[in-house]
Design a binder for this molecule. Structure first.
Ligand SMILES: *Cc1c(COP(=O)(O)O)cnc(C)c1O
Length: 367
């Protein structure tokens, strides 16, 4: 079987180094909010080209804390609206709901699967306070157009960068393209910890300080609480392992681009639609998603041929039980994407032989 993502194999590349740093943390006797986290935050901010990075417990809480901080700073209030793409992973939307804010769904572009800037303005009201852009599958949204709209209506631009570590728009990296950005280091992401982890990046010092306090019981100083905060911190052991893996992130991205290019140059089947993107640097191929009207048929055929695929994602957010209030609404482009999309295996350790095999099998598929 060609696995969708061989996490064990990916981490095996760095096993000796990972064990070394884990031993260092174990022997330090210091497990939360120490030097490993501080150093990783500095290196990650540096990597993204942002002034600040704050380690948090996971990607969902990174997004939750950004919105919560804007509330504490008085920019957003309960009941305000946040624009978000209708075809995102549910976490982007949960972060809005969790803050007692209203997610306003905007349809994506059918070619890029990213929020369609042309459809944002019609959804803006006097309550709209932010646009949560999601760089889905690893591709950066049209940030120039989105930022123009945000400026016109005085909205914050928040990036969901959970899938786009290292992707660039006009030479600026994900994490430095908006007012604040939430990252996930879930093990399967392009930069993955060996457990849950996340970070927020921003150039805004006041926002960074507020987020840091909110993720630490609402406290800057031990036993003094400014806010009704939560506990969302990046463990020393995860920070230490992320520091190791950050050194190899660009290599991982390069290899993913090589596989994506091979797929794009060689998959030729009239029933398969290949992904479209702006330029090489704008996509880090967290997911290589193809589209076909016969998705179930193709997925079964690939499984029969020992190729594992996944669907990102099978149910659109507005059809989820958790959002039953939206269940009767219609988002035709999202619904089409969710019913036709299929993610092919891709990772920094996938061999050319396996990639060639996937291409051949797909090229021989008849629906
Ligand atoms: C993974 C992911 C998240 C959530 O990150 P976790 O670390 O799993 O909480 C949020 N948004 C998107 C787009 C994701 O892919």
């Amino acid at each position: 079987m060609i696995p969708f993502l061989d996490l064990k194999g990916i981490n095996a590349q760095y096993k000796a180094e990972l064990i070394d740093v884990c031993t260092r943390v174990i022997e330090s006797g210091w497990y939360i909010q120490g030097s490993e986290c501080k150093e990783f935050e500095k290196e990650f901010a540096n990597y993204c080209g942002s002034k600040f990075a704050i380690g948090v417990a996971n990607g969902l809480e990174a997004l939750i804390l950004i919105l919560r901080a804007y509330k504490e700073l008085g920019f957003i209030r309960n009941g305000d609206e946040v624009i978000v793409p209708s075809n995102t992973y549910i976490a982007s939307i949960l972060a809005i709901s969790e803050n007692n804010l209203v997610p306003v769904l905007v349809e994506p572009d059918i070619n890029t699967y990213l929020i369609d800037p042309l459809k944002i303005e019609e959804k803006i009201t006097s309550k709209t306070k932010a646009i949560l852009t999601v760089h889905l599958y690893g591709q950066i949204c049209q940030m120039n157009k989105i930022k123009e709209i945000a400026k016109k209506y005085n909205l914050k631009v928040i990036e969901d960068s959970a899938q786009s570590h290292g992707a660039k728009f006009n030479n600026i990296k994900s994490g430095a393209l908006g007012d604040a950005s939430g990252f996930s280091f879930y093990p399967g992401k392009n930069l993955g910890a060996l457990g849950d982890a996340g970070a927020v990046t921003t150039n805004n010092e006041e926002l960074a300080n507020t987020i840091r306090a909110l993720g630490n019981y609402g406290s800057h100083k031990k036993y003094e609480n400014l806010y009704k905060g939560i506990n969302s911190r990046l463990d020393e052991i995860q920070a230490a392992m992320l520091k190791v893996k950050l050194k190899y992130l660009d290599e991982e991205i390069k290899r993913r681009r090589g596989i994506a290019k091979y797929y794009l140059d060689n998959i030729q089947n009239k029933n398969v639609i290949l992904p479209k993107f702006k330029d090489e640097s704008s996509h880090v191929w967290h997911v290589f998603a193809i589209r076909t009207s016969e998705r179930e048929n193709l997925q079964k055929y690939l499984t029969d041929n020992k190729i594992q695929t996944l669907i990102h994602y099978p149910i659109p957010p507005h059809k989820q039980v958790a959002y039953r209030e939206w269940n009767s609404e219609i988002y035709p482009i999202s619904e089409q994407i969710h019913s036709e999309i299929l993610s092919l295996p891709i990772s920094g350790i996938q061999s050319l032989e396996d990639t060639k095999y996937v291409v051949n099998v797909i090229n021989n598929w008849k629906k």
